[in-house]
Design a protein around this ligand. Sequence first.
Ligand SMILES: [Zn+2]
Length: 374
Amino acid sequence: MTGVFTVTATDGLARAGVLHTAHGDVPTPAFMPVGTKATVKAVDPDELHALGATIVLGNTYHLHFRPGEDLVEELGGLHAFMGWDGPILTDSGGFQVFSLRDTLLELDDDGATFRSVYDGAPERLTPELAAEIQRRLGSDIAMCLDICRPPGVPRADLAEAVRRTTLWAQRQRDLPRAPGQLRFAITQGALDTELRQRSSEELVPLDFDGYAIGGLSVGEDRGPMFDATTLAASFLPEDKPRYFMGIGDPEGVIEVISRGVDMFDCVLPTRTARTGSALTWEGRLNLRNARFARDPRPLDEQCGCPACTRFSRAYVRHLVNQQEILGLRLLSLHNLRFLIDLVAAARQAIERGELATWRDDALARLRPTNLETQ
Ligand SMILES: [Zn+2]
């Protein structure tokens, strides 16, 4: 029997590989577009396939409340419900419970009580419920419930988060799964070397199908965050996929890939699109800027997306300024394609053994001197 994950090439700390799931293989490194409410905003599944997306992410928290896992299960599971036949990863719901401001009511060893953002009603999430929701949604990869703390909390709080995250992973590990469903644990510990090591040493022996590096990209400085990524990855098994939760800017993606990360997700490409901005090799372009009013060039000269093959910056700018739906759709398609292509290029560079050169060149082109702030 083949394993869940095959490493096909390494270059420095970086790896290229293939993640095997019940709904198909995912070449890694892989960017996972986020389909929070069972839709990658404004992009349909055929378009996702055409853009080169191989796996998408769904949010347990939001799907639990709207429309509810009962309804999704009744309609054939999340794949059938949203019309996407490729792999799906679902998060545990924990990130929303711990990050949505002022909604956490109580936290103990059993679980967390919080106010739903939908109607304010008190709700409770436990490892058992997180597993059950994801089983009924039928995702290919289910995540363990973890506790992610904001930057700057006292070390004792971080240590407590690590302890409970392990406790919950132990409970969630052997609970019922959807057919073929993989289960990943999440390591915590923020920027603290000893806690990151402790978290991994407690979770790795439990032999999960993969491991996430959690608790980073939550507002801390980037230098220390990348150092912590290198450290966290070094504590994880080489033969299991590593998932960095919540990074999706071009520079950040390149940095975590070069540190041994295999998978990552972020709303950045689609959220940036909805603010009228395009990710390009010239940096981020804010299409509202007057300098694009008569610009006949595509968003990015090298991009093969539906926006870049047919439309000018001037036209996209016009759509954005007139708040036409097509404008945000074209920018969403472009930004997703840009990131997916970037990650594919990184994968090829790893296969050629030239990641360091490719990375330096790519970062130089994307450098903040070129970056137009919004
Ligand atoms: Zn494009």
